[in-house]
Write a protein that binds this ligand. Structure first.
Ligand code: GLY
Length: 358
């Protein structure tokens, strides 16, 4: 079964098997040239399956970059642009980004800036990018250790989501992406929440394709509703940053250590701590079911409180901030309803203490 969403009526997000959809779409496009971007992991695990499913020739030009967030910077972009130059990519070419969030964000950024913009397609291979990063036209790279600081909004020509690639994903990465599914459930999909609230890591790693299709369809629907309403993050799209203000700061901090957190692990801590600030102010408790699910899926990690000044400094760079105030967004009382909080450093510290004591 194939489901197609159209964020802002601008481009198709096609959820289903690639072999049923991609080649018809490509035949209508007729690009002058195709350049396929992947990293070492997706070249090894996904490329041959992608070529077989789409019918693209085995000699399709491929640019491979090293895998991982630590390479999401301008030097890697330079090497991609060099390959684009070498391949003589004109404005009628098509770049296919086969990979997770880093490939999609950085490959999209390189394509959107190449000769002022060449078409690109996102083919996400991780749960995180299938449910979130590949949809909505946010492209960019990290700068001086701050995530996604340089970038543009530019929609892809299409997004093709085929959960078959989830079979290639290490379990920790699968759990990482699940944090964004949880986020979508909590901010705007009560039915999805009912579906996943009792999930275990074992269920996640043994999830059949139909369950993925069902889960992804509900999760993508939330993302599509939000980016359709607010493509450039002037309002409700900020709600997609739930968990990301504290989460991104923790992720950036631990990226520099021997024991980095995955994006999802950091965002799960971010959702619990940011919700704690909101509930604390209302003299309420964070719902027990939220805590139980996060602790079941993500290993608990003690956060040393002496890093708070460091992460507070990173939070000063958050793109949602206004007039020098750190801002974070948490779900309000209704579906797709947002509350904006301006936490103090002490509240961030106390929220981490709450998390440490879980
Ligand atoms: N990942 C958050 C957004 O697309 O706005």
């Amino acid at each position: 079964m194939t489901t197609t969403f159209y964020p802002g009526d601008a481009y198709p997000v096609v959820l289903g098997r690639l072999q049923d959809t991609f080649s018809d779409w490509l035949q209508q496009r007729r690009p002058s040239k195709i350049l396929l971007l992947c990293d070492a992991n997706t070249r090894r695990d996904c490329l041959s399956g992608f070529l077989a499913a789409t019918g693209l020739p085995a000699n399709t030009p491929v640019v491979e970059i090293p895998a991982g967030e630590t390479y999401k910077h301008i030097q890697t972009c330079t090497s991609i642009w060099e390959q684009m130059l070498k391949a003589q990519l004109d404005r009628h070419a098509l770049v296919i980004n086969l990979g997770g969030g880093v490939i999609g964000d950085m490959g999209g950024f390189c394509a959107a800036t190449w000769k002022r913009g060449v078409d690109f397609v996102q083919v996400p291979t991780t749960l995180l990018s299938m449910t979130d990063a590949a949809i909505g036209g946010k492209l960019g790279i990290d700068f001086q250790k701050v995530k996604n600081t340089i970038g543009v909004f530019q929609n892809p020509a299409a997004v093709f989501v085929d959960p078959v690639f989830l079979n290639t994903l290490p379990e920790r990465e699968l759990r990482s992406g699940f944090a964004e599914v949880i986020k979508h459930a909590l901010i705007g999909a009560p039915e999805l929440w009912e579906m996943i609230r009792d999930f275990t890591p074992e269920q996640l790693s043994a999830c059949p394709q139909e369950t993925w299709l069902n889960m992804l369809s509900q999760s993508i629907a939330v993302k599509v509703r939000i980016v359709t309403e607010d493509p450039h993050e002037k309002g409700i799209r900020m709600l997609l940053n739930y968990g990301h203000t504290i989460g991104h700061a923790l992720e950036s901090y631990f990226l520099e250590t021997e024991n980095p957190l995955t994006h999802g692990e950091a965002i799960a801590i971010g959702m619990l701590t940011e919700s704690w600030v909101q509930h604390q102010r209302r003299a309420e408790q964070v719902p027990d079911a939220w805590i139980r699910l996060m602790l079941r899926i993500f290993p608990h990690r003690n956060i040393p409180l002496d890093i708070v000044p460091d992460i507070w400094q990173t939070m000063q760079q958050d793109k949602k901030n206004k007039a020098g105030k750190v801002r974070m967004t948490v779900p309000g009382n209704m579906e797709l309803d947002m509350e904006v909080l301006e936490p103090s450093q002490e509240e961030v510290r106390d929220s981490l203490l709450f998390y440490n004591n879980l």
